[in-house]
Structure formats: structure tokens, C-alpha cells
Design a binder for this molecule. Sequence first.
Ligand SMILES: [Zn+2]
Length: 226
Amino acid sequence: MELTKVTDRVWFYPFEKERDRPILGYIKGDNMSIAVDAGHSEAHTKEFYSALEGAGLPLPTVTVITHWHWDHTFGMHSVNGICIANSLTDSYLRQFRQRIDEKGIEAFLSLDGCIRREYEGSKPVIITFPDIVFTDELKIDAGNCPVRIFKTAAPHTDDSTLVFVEREKVLFLGDAAGGTFPTWGRNPELCRQLVDTIDSLDADICLDSHWYPETKHEVTDDLRSV
Ligand SMILES: [Zn+2]
């Protein structure tokens, strides 16, 4: 797969249904590059990095995590540079690793066929934790490219982080607009709160982790329909 260019400073590596891999975002400032999410496994992260190298783009120095789910985080041990996540994401990753340390990886592998396909061939499941943890919001200027990283109420998980590339008007949603695993039900009140958050941003393009680019109104209309 190839990187998809969104604006002069934003790209993403596309999602894949078979292994439930989310898009991996890439933001290029004048001073540093920021990735959005680490990937489902080391293999996923490395595939993303090969695509960056193929496009002549430097590897990210910072990786921002949108929420704790395995498909976004279990490649964290193999990223270039550091990882940033909110404190609840950090806490959920620590709980999940403790469970795997105590009970083994079978319970994890049995969650979904996509996970078994990602880890086929007895690949190791490695969970690491963020290097920097924030509570509500963090702002990084990647170099003439301010990026707002902030926690939001959302129907998918209660540790959802959004990443807004302000001047590019690109919003990385993670899975925030989706339902709760594994039933995919969406709480209407949480959908309304996420609509308020998204409406407050001057975003032209929204990137959901398991879908194609959408406009802000496509995302908010869908959330309002719940
Ligand atoms: Zn998720």
C-alpha cells in the first residue's frame, strides 16, 4: 500500500480490513514529524515506515496515540522516537499488559479473527507504555505546523484523543466516532458531545481510523443520526 497525501503537510497510510489495521497518520512540520498511532504490531509499524522511506519522508520523532486499543498501540515498542498518550490510555495499556502477563496471550488472540491474522506465525505480543503522558490537552508546534492533541468524550472509548492539525484543517479522529467494541453500539449522549467537539474545530477533512477521508459534516451528520 502507498501513502495517501491529504495536504502539503499531512499524509496517511491506509487502513486494512483483513487485519483490522487502522490508518497511520503522518504530519510533517519544518522541525519534526509526528505520527498518529503506532500500529497493530511491529510488522504494521515497519510497513508504514517503509512507505515513508519510499516517499522520501523522515521517520516520525513523535507518535501520538488516539486510544489504547491494540490495533493502534501494540506497535509502540517499535516506533522511532517517543510516544505520547493521555493518562487514561496509559492506564488501560498497563492494565491490559498486566492481564496478558498473568494469563497469557490466548484471551487477547481470541478477541477477534483480525488479531489472530495480525499475529499469525506466533509473532510476539509486546505492549509498551507512552514516554509522555498528558491529562487533557497538549500542543506541539512541529515547525510552522501547530498540532492540538486533546482528550474528548466519544462513543467509542472514554480515553479518546483527537489530533487537529490546525493550519491544514485536518482532524484525526482515531476511532472516536465509532461504536463500542464488540457490539459497536453508540451512546447518543456521547455522540452529541463528540459533535459539539468537532463542530468547534475549523476542520475541512476528518480522518477516521478505519475509513476513508470525510468532511466534517459527513462525520457530524452520521453522529447526529444516532
Ligand atoms: Zn478502537
